[in-house]
Write a protein of this length. Structure first.
Length: 247
């Protein structure tokens, strides 16, 4: 397996610090953050000072919590939602599809589920959605769709994906023309052996910032899940009407 090209270490560490602080339910101390990120205390302190000075973090009583800077940047750019769709609309689409739906975005090289509408899945399957856990881009329907239709990734990022998951990358490359032609992507047990999923693009102008995903239980390797396909057709019809109404 070819090694993935190195990421810029400072950027990767900053990203890890921000995620650790964001995911914790209590404010963290310097030593707790250093331990969680497996980094030296001295260099962690330097990064925390810079992140605090820029507003990404707030320090109160020597404990850190998320700061307002990311929200301010969203307001400056007038980005109401990174996905271009809110919960009320996702709920309407779920009713039209007559199926539970997930809303997913591609952040870096990971898929994150931002929202859910419709019946809840069993806890093991619902937790990654509720907790916004990162999911593998090449193994999820949403990731494969957003790689195919979304903003192109840099060549070194694609090389990293190929190096970290050569089997998944080869499968994605083979399916890429079909995904672009159908504007649908499937994951048949790739990320979870019990789950089959189909992703439909969220179109905002010429961009595809997110994917809406229909999921169902996988009943066998030869099962084509007719109910899932029918729900996807209903979702696609509702999405097309949504796009026409926006023009």
């Amino acid at each position: 397996m070819a090694p993935a090209p190195p990421r810029h270490r400072t950027v990767a560490r900053v990203d890890r610090i921000l995620e650790v602080v964001a995911r914790n339910h209590h404010r963290l101390t310097l030593s707790q953050i250093a331990h969680a990120t497996q980094a030296p205390v001295s260099s962690t302190k330097d990064l925390l000072d810079e992140l605090t000075a820029c507003g990404y973090l707030v320090c109160r009583a020597k404990r850190y919590e998320p700061g307002p800077r990311p929200f301010v940047l969203g307001l400056v750019g007038e980005w109401a939602s990174p996905a271009g769709i809110d919960h009320a609309e996702l709920a309407r689409l779920s009713e039209a599809a007559r199926a539970p739906l997930l809303l997913a975005v591609l952040a870096g090289t990971q898929v994150y589920y931002l929202d859910h509408a419709g019946p809840r899945a069993p806890k093991r399957l619902q937790d990654p959605v509720d907790q916004h856990q990162p999911r593998p881009v090449l193994r999820t329907a949403a990731g494969r769709l957003l790689l195919a239709l979304g903003a192109p990734l840099a060549s070194n990022v694609l090389a990293g994906l190929k190096g970290s998951d050569p089997v998944g990358f080869a499968s994605f490359e083979q399916e890429l023309p079909a995904i672009r032609r159908a504007r649908l992507a499937r994951s048949d047990g790739l990320a979870d052996p019990d789950i089959r999923a189909i992703a439909v693009p969220v179109q905002v102008g010429d961009d595809v910032p997110a994917a809406v995903v229909v999921t169902g239980r996988r009943r066998g390797t030869n099962d084509r899940s007719l109910a899932l396909d029918a729900a996807t057709r209903r979702l696609t019809t509702a999405m097309s009407a949504r796009n026409e109404g926006a023009t």
